[in-house]
Design a protein around this ligand. Structure first.
Ligand SMILES: *Cc1c(COP(=O)(O)O)cnc(C)c1O
Length: 385
């Protein structure tokens, strides 16, 4: 039996190891200098005015919803083809959630479906307060169109850019928030750069940044200019709102600082692998990922869809690849299909359902070797021709 190839994995250098070990021997394991340094690196990589590093993208999504004032009685809309965290963040705030169908080529939220749903919601007074487009696989959504709708219908936008660190839209790095209020990154090991667990919220807005920073750490401030009362003494701090402990540690931030230096290298490696898949799989009965004009995908995932004319269906192909030691995966089960969500009574969405019948994520990570990639390609070829 040959070695198992996962669909994604981290790439850790000796320099990464040294950065973490050095921090471990330093004065601060948390609340030290590494978190601000990581935030500076994120701002430099994206051009964003503010970056608030937290312990996961899930936490960043939760804080983003809170900072935008999402609460009971409000609606949050997102795409069903995402990790459940994209909608769970709305539920954390007591809001209701709903789903917008996807485009058949990018599998991102379809701005035309969004427009229709908004028009219908406007007539019954159930417009969303927050919409969360997800840059699936790292491919940026139609942000220009979604922002135009936000102005017409008055909602805020949180980009779930968990897959898209290192991507660009109209030549501008994802995370710059030219078309959104807040963008969220994930640094889970399968994503583009890693801090083990970790995430960040980026924004251009000073007030949103202030709230995000407070909420990350209990809602507490030590900054006299933010306080409601005169400090009683040097020990004094104030809790201004009900926040959480969503802090990233300095060990994690040190890894992040080291990793983000290789952001370009990582994304370029992903593109090299994707180019080779594009060439080698072109004649098979698969729908390959599209490359959209004016956008650069970070290529977190390489998703293929098994066409109707293929000799075997998706499930059979999935099982055959797993049996051959290839860690194919499925991103994602439509969120409304999870039992927790089913009880809320959603209608299935046709494009999301078609995607769910046909999609497979095949291995894609910077250290995937040519030999490993050959095994993936050969296995697809054997099963599909
Ligand atoms: C990974 C992921 C998240 C959650 O990220 P964590 O850092 O693990 O909390 C949220 N949304 C999407 C689209 C993701 O892929």
């Amino acid at each position: 039996m040959s070695e198992f190839i996962p669909y994604g994995r981290q790439s850790i250098s000796d320099e990464d190891v040294k950065a973490v070990v050095d921090t471990l021997r330093s004065d601060f394991l948390t609340q030290g200098p590494c978190v601000p340094a990581f935030q500076t690196a994120l701002k430099e990589a994206t051009g964003a005015r503010h970056a608030i590093a937290v312990n996961s993208a899930t936490s960043a999504l939760h804080l983003a919803c809170m900072a935008l004032g999402l609460r009971e009685g409000d609606w949050l809309w997102t795409t069903p083809i995402s990790f459940a965290a994209s909608s769970n963040c709305g539920l954390y705030c007591g809001a209701k959630v709903d789903f917008v169908d996807i485009e058949p080529d990018t599998y991102n939220m379809d701005p035309r479906a969004l427009e229709q749903k908004l028009e219908a919601a406007a007539t019954v007074g159930k417009l969303p307060k927050v919409v969360v487009p997800v840059h699936l696989t790292g491919q940026p959504c139609d942000m220009r169109e979604i922002q135009a709708l936000s102005k017409r219908f008055g909602f805020s936008i949180i980009e779930d850019a968990s897959h898209a660190v290192g991507g660009t839209y109209e030549g501008v790095p994802v995370g710059k928030c030219n078309y959104s209020d807040i963008a969220v990154f994930s640094f889970h090991p399968v994503k583009i750069v890693t801090t083990a667990e970790g995430g960040a919220a980026l924004t251009e807005d000073d007030e949103l940044a202030r709230r995000l920073e407070l909420l990350r750490s209990h809602g507490i401030t030590r900054d006299p200019s933010q306080m409601a009362y005169e400090p009683d003494g040097d020990w004094y701090y104030e809790q201004l709102m009900l926040g959480y402990n969503y802090r990233l540690t300095d060990l994690q931030a040190a890894l992040g600082v080291s990793q983000i230096k290789r952001l370009e290298t990582f994304v370029e490696a992903r593109h090299r692998i994707a180019d080779r898949y594009d060439r080698e799989l072109a004649d098979l009965p698969l729908q390959l990922p599209v490359r959209k004009e004016g956008r650069r995908s970070a290529l977190h995932l390489y998703v293929v869809r098994v066409k109707d004319e293929a000799p075997i269906d998706r499930k059979a192909l999935f099982d055959a690849m797993r049996a051959a030691g290839i860690g194919v995966n499925l991103h994602y089960i439509p969120i409304y299909r999870h039992p927790y969500y089913r009880d809320m009574g959603f209608e299935p969405l046709p494009e999301a359902e078609a995607y769910y019948r046909e999609a497979i994520s095949i291995p894609m990570f910077p250290d995937l070797s040519e030999q490993q990639q050959d095994r993936v390609i050969d296995c697809l070829r054997t099963n599909l021709s």
